[in-house]
Design a protein around this ligand. Sequence first.
Ligand SMILES: Cc1ncc(COP(=O)(O)O)c(C=O)c1O
Length: 475
Amino acid sequence: MGSPPARLGRSCPPASSHVTTVTSGCHDGAGNHARWVTPAVGYHPRVADASAPTSADPTGVAAKLQERAERVIPGTAVRKRIHLYDLLSDYPWYVEGGEGATVVDVDGRTFIDLMGSYGPNLLGHRHPAVELAATRQRSRGDSLGAQTPVAVELAEFLCDRIDPVDWVFVGKNGSDATSYALRVARLATGRSKVLIAEASYHTAHDWGTVFEAGVPPAHSGLTSRFVFNDVESLAAAVDAADGDVAAIMLTPFHQGYFETPAIPTEAFVAAVHSQARRAGAVVVLDDVRGGMRMHPGGSSHAAIGLEPDLVCFAKALANGRALSVCGGSAALRDSADQVGYLGTFFGSAVAQAACLATFRAFDLEGAFEAMTTSGGRLATGLVAAAAAAGVAIEVTGTPTMAMISIEGDDWDRYLNHIWAAGMARRGVRIHPTQAWYMCAALTDEHVDAVVERAAGAFAEVAAEIAHPTRVGRER
Ligand SMILES: Cc1ncc(COP(=O)(O)O)c(C=O)c1O
């Protein structure tokens, strides 16, 4: 057994006022820092084209692509078996392109995009400053088989910017960063197990996925789950691991399937620190989803008061380009030096240049404040639109990532599906069971359009509540 890594004992900023649970329109989420800065000159995000078709055409381009995909891409036919898929037939399943805060599907329908590509769309699709940096780097080469100057520049930048980070590993997907983090933690501690929250997804690899098909019990057996925000459950998981905990991994924005989002409480963060000390384990922050959307510095450790030994980022970091990072404390540097965790494209310089440009534009444009303001405006507007239709909703999460819950909904969020499908027919892409991701290209005009269209979608929900069509759905 190795000895536990020494903690650096750096002071961590207090939990930020940016981390909020927005409920029933009680505040606008703007805080005191809100400020809207006009996006870069020449950048004109569109609002949906009113003359575009609304419903998906069963004989259209998307339907034909689906037919072809079912023959050659695993999982595409299975999608039709996803829960309540039949309600989502008008969804933009095949997308031609994106610009700013909108995407256009293959049948020419334009959508205001509140899904943000599940996180990467931070500043707007094809943000000009990020595209320019990527194009410049591409003109010199991308995968060049050696470190490029931009790799060193990026590593130095991240070490300067993010307090707990003294060195960085760069990969492609979030799964690379979290799996690398676990490898480092295991080497540093000489222990095997990782403790993660129930229903949390940390990687496509065997140790941290919620999808069990094909995962050998011997692999998943090295992972134990605790109940998020439950101090006793965490302590019990440490006890049960019998001295063999390499890492406790925590996400700052937890959302299980069909559940509302949750943020770690102060008490739980304190418990993570004390249990990690007791177990001699490494604290890992999985900021793959929350990064850039929970704190203006980029890393969410400062928003929740966590002092991680390792922190993992991906999704939003390069505004849509494949790039992930695991950053660590100096105490873990020796282990990091020894871990061989390689990928052919990990050194891709284009994504690294895009990442630096993303941070620059993020700061310059006041992107965090802009997303916080427009997310608050959206939450308030949706609550009012729902109330006007006679539907009671709650909006939960942070202003930049939140979702609605409809009073009286079924466990599988049936009414949310009706609402999201209604939004799709009105040119808004929003997920029925997962949080929205704000992007900085969403203007007041977009948000107002979303709220206006939501009125019609809530009217459909009100009709379903008044006269349920779902079999067995008695009210
Ligand atoms: C919290 C969290 N960690 C890790 C991952 C894995 O990231 P990726 O899909 O980029 O491998 C995800 C993906 O959604 C995630 O939400």
